[in-house]
Design a protein around this ligand. Sequence first.
Ligand code: NAD
Length: 472
Amino acid sequence: SSKLPVMMEEKKKTFDASEAALLVKELNESFRTGKTKSYEWRVSQLKSIEKMVVEREKDICEALYKDLSKPEFEAFVSEIAMVKSSCKEALKELKHWMKPEKAKTSMETYPSSAEIVSEPLGAVLVISTWNYPFSLSVKPVIGAITAGNATVLKPSEIAPATSSLLSKLFEEYLDRSAVRVVEGDVPETTALLEQKWDKIFYTGSPRVGRIIMTAAAKHLTPVVLELGGKCPAVIDSDVDLQVTARRIIAGKWQANNGQACISVDYIITTKDFAPKLIDALRKGIEECFGTDPMESKDISRIVSSNHFSRLQSLMDEYKVYNKIVVGGQRNQKELKIAPTIFLDVPGDSQLMQEEIFGPLLPIITVENVKDSIDLINSKPKPLAAYLFTNNDKLKNYFVQSVSSGGMAINDTVLHVTVSSLPFGGVGESGMGSYHGKFSFDAFSHKKAVLYRSFSGDSSVRYPPYTPEKQKL
Ligand code: NAD
């Protein structure tokens, strides 16, 4: 009996709605002091993030390895370098972004001037995901800070090592009165979502996206939803086969072993070309990951046993089990699945119905490459779409007729690195966008301001509306 109170003490209390309310109150108080609005505060926090990334690179790579066995090279390129370059750009451009933008005025307001003033929104919530658990957490926070907000980050519990490291690092490097991390699962996120935020920025699945938007609607809180979907890659037969195969490999297995929101989900090509493409992919996979990819150190594992089981059931569905043309190996204990290609799986198989988010790649064949566009458009709008061709007419047709968050022609994934392009979804793949200046805009309100002087006032505008005035 003497053990009971100790055990109760040891049981960690979950972060609940009253604590969440207190946190929001504290952040709003900090925001109201005006400190997060100052250029100096924003710069100091951005510099601290830069310092944090430089000084703690090793810890970050270790956490990413624990969570995903993410190869160090991938961790550096897609997580650390991405955050560093976002900070660098924000520091370079911040003054310019903060500057009010002059706007044209109208006849009715003559004489006057007008400008668009970017103002911070207040206290904002960033809920992030596990696949790029460092960069997809820190990059939106950079946007929120750049725009002058107070921010709470809720990292993903599915990448626990990175989540806990983020919590420690933010305490150590950032101003805790205005930038905080709350770790947790569904109950903690629900407690946070009950509060009134000035913006919610969410990265994750469309299913949870709906929960986020419903919670936000209660407080009329605007949202950015960075969701997912089935990203197609259409391959024409006039391509450079080796380069195409490599770029598909980069956009599938090099991209976190397919666990990326813009990784290639499925390929569409012509019946005649499919065997050549499969050969090139098989060769490319061997070049990148060796004869036994299960032994390769250069590929991430599956993040969790739940996700492993989900992928396993996609592979084992009776409709597709004999359609594997490359790979197929798996190891449940080590949560590893080899790069696996399927040829001509039925359209109603789970593989073609769900976002795969893993190393499985179905290839669908069509008679004519143009038919691929109907197939893509019969599905919800994806976050990215890819086309490989040398045919300019086809490029143009594809850009005009496929609706997706973003696109890359003759490559995969790389559009995400171009910070002058907005990154975000459309329809089922999300709403709103970020990266570069778009991140600043995502976390700002664009306030319309009209300036007038007391001169040039005319009675025409005011009652009484005499017949003379009405003639004007
Ligand atoms: P998820 O939606 O399950 O989880 C993301 C976040 O939501 C986590 O922080 C989690 O704690 C929280 N969450 C989960 N269930 C919740 C609930 N019931 N209530 C409140 N919060 C909840 O998504 P995931 O499995 O982590 O990620 C996979 C999806 O994310 C894929 O669809 C992928 O395409 C998408 N994604 C999109 C982007 C992008 O930038 N657009 C990037 C990465 C992943």
